[in-house]
Design a protein around this ligand. Structure first.
Ligand SMILES: Cc1cc2nc3c(=O)[nH]c(=O)nc-3n(C[C@H](O)[C@H](O)[C@H](O)COP(=O)(O)OP(=O)(O)OC[C@H]3O[C@@H](n4cnc5c(N)ncnc54)[C@H](O)[C@@H]3O)c2cc1C
Length: 486
């Protein structure tokens, strides 16, 4: 079937064969603006978009896709760096209509959220009851995060999001809706907590264990000087993390923003910004003590205040501080999850070398792009995130304690080649940090992605895939492959 036939089929079926579903095919005027990929460098053309709002419609959507011999792609928040949530030639299931939070149990401290619920919506609900679960640091990210790890400020204290999942409801390729937990469909439950985006079915909702949130927590940022002390401060930060209190979360953000006013005319750029974000889960007075200890180990550091009275915030306030860009940009992302021992002097020098290898001024760009933003970000992944063995659920990376991402975001397609070179430069040093990739930051160029995401858990994931999706209906370039020889 060619594209034109597809869109005819879809438009006809909207009218003739499926009154219940609003099928937005290529002939529909809403199609082109229906969804902007989070990474607009990657263009995708599904055969249609469908936004089911209940389980009946979701099942019908799957039946509809199968009736026209198409696969599906599944989108919750749509933040996937590789845009695996919207795929060519598929019926795209838009889960933004699955936005209900229900079955809240204040005694057992549990709640069920559909996978289209954003973390902003989720935390607004749970913090009203002084409760939360570790999840994402970006307010508009949704349930896709919970399927592949999930780490934010609370994770060193309570573990990954996947570790707080008690039950999931899933639509399988055969049209059945199944529950999985520790006693029912345990194998599927194991697989979905780490590889839930890997092609087992459409996860409808998730039951989470919640934790008590104190009224105020300690949150601070420390500014550093990139040019004079990047290497020394990165080393000191990693050293501090090796022995720090398990209720501390750290991140490091290094960012080069081209000057918004002058870049269009080829002007000078701002200095590189470098800052540490420090979070403490516990009384703010204790946070002040810990943050002061870190501050005292750093060189050329600046802080507005270390005092608990200036650095106390509610968890909701802190969780809404995460990045939520208002503009959809083009981007390249490269990342690793690694062990602190890999931040050797040589490896840290490599990070600075490749990060600095961007155009020194906007004059070097093929087209001036005032919204270009290079970042190198490190996130602590230790503490209770590593309390379980690597086969406790399918989330494998239990030995590593830091993850980092290099990201360039920009607007002009004319600069793709230039920034692709920068990305290749970055790729050339990644082996310093081992083979592993946190699967919530997928890399569509990594030839060893199976091992990079899932390590030794991959063969078991393949067996479970064969059991629940024997015809490999839910598939895409990095979905779990069926091993027919087993
Ligand atoms: C600005 C930003 C901030 C971020 N911050 C954090 C952070 O603090 N911590 C962290 O751990 N990660 C973070 N991430 C990474 C994030 O976890 C992933 O991008 C995640 O995939 C986003 O979830 P989503 O629902 O928006 O994704 P989507 O793009 O909708 O989905 C991601 C993948 O999951 C699949 N999928 C989605 N929903 C379902 C479903 N219901 N059933 C089956 N498969 C499904 C999709 O098909 C796709 O393959 C961040 C990403 C961005 C862009």
């Amino acid at each position: 079937m060619n594209t034109a036939e597809c869109s005819n089929t879809i438009n006809n079926s909207t009218i003739n064969s499926n009154d219940d579903l609003d099928i937005i095919g290529k002939g529909d005027q809403r199609y082109n603006n229906y969804f902007q990929n989070y990474n607009s460098r990657i263009h995708r053309e599904p055969v249609c978009y469908i936004r089911p709002t209940d389980v009946h419609q979701l099942t019908e959507t799957l039946q509809y896709a199968q009736s026209i011999n198409k696969g599906v792609s599944i989108r919750s928040g749509g933040h996937s760096a590789t845009v695996y949530s919207v795929l060519d030639d598929t019926v795209n299931i838009d889960l933004s209509g699955f936005n209900q939070i229900h079955s809240f149990d204040p005694v057992c401290k549990t709640v069920v959220a559909q996978t289209g619920v954003s973390w902003k919506q989720f935390y607004t609900f749970t913090t009203a009851h002084s409760l939360a679960v570790p999840a994402g640091g970006c307010p508009s990210v949704c349930g896709g995060l919970s399927l592949a790890g999930g780490s934010n400020f609370l994770a060193p204290t309570f573990g990954y999001t996947v570790d707080s999942i008690l039950e999931m409801t899933v639509l399988l390729a055969n049209g059945s809706i199944v529950t999985c937990n520790d006693t029912v469909n345990q194998d599927l439950f194991w697989a979905l907590r780490g590889a839930g985006h890997g092609g087992y079915g459409v996860v409808v909702d998730i039951k989470y264990q919640l934790y008590d949130m104190p009224p105020l927590l300690y949150f601070n940022t420390i500014e550093l000087d990139y040019e004079s002390s990047f290497e020394e401060n990165l080393r000191r930060l990693v050293d501090y993390s090796k022995t720090m209190d398990t209720n501390i979360h750290l991140s490091l953000d290094v960012r080069k923003l081209y000057d918004r006013k002058s870049a269009t005319t080829g002007g000078l750029h701002d200095p590189v910004l470098m800052k540490i974000t420090f979070f403490y889960f516990g009384p703010p007075s204790e946070g002040e003590t810990h943050c002061t200890a870190l501050y005292n180990t750093l060189v050329n550091a600046k802080v507005k205040s270390l005092a608990a009275s200036d650095c106390s915030k509610t968890f909701l306030q802190i969780s809404l501080l995460g990045p939520d860009p208002d503009l959809i940009r083009r981007s390249y992302t490269k990342s690793r999850i690694t062990h602190s021992s890999n931040f050797t002097t040589a490896a840290i020098a490599d990070i600075k070398r490749v990060f600095s290898a961007f155009p020194p001024t906007s004059d070097h760009m093929t087209k001036k792009d005032p919204l270009t933003n290079f970042s190198f970000s490190m996130y602590y992944h230790g503490g209770q995130m590593n309390k379980y063995a690597s086969d406790f659920n399918s989330y494998y990376h239990r030995h590593d304690d830091w993850a980092f991402t290099f990201i360039v975001t920009y607007l002009e397609s004319a600069n793709d080649a230039l920034f692709s070179q920068w990305k290749d430069n970055v790729t050339s040093i990644l082996d310093d940090f081992g083979p592993f990739i946190y699967q919530n930051y997928p890399d569509n160029e990594d030839p060893n992605w199976e091992y990079a995401y899932y390590g030794a858990n991959y063969p078991r994931l393949q067996e479970i895939k064969l059991k629940y999706d024997p015809n490999n209906y839910f598939n895409y370039p990095q979905s779990i492959r069926i091993n027919h020889n087993k």
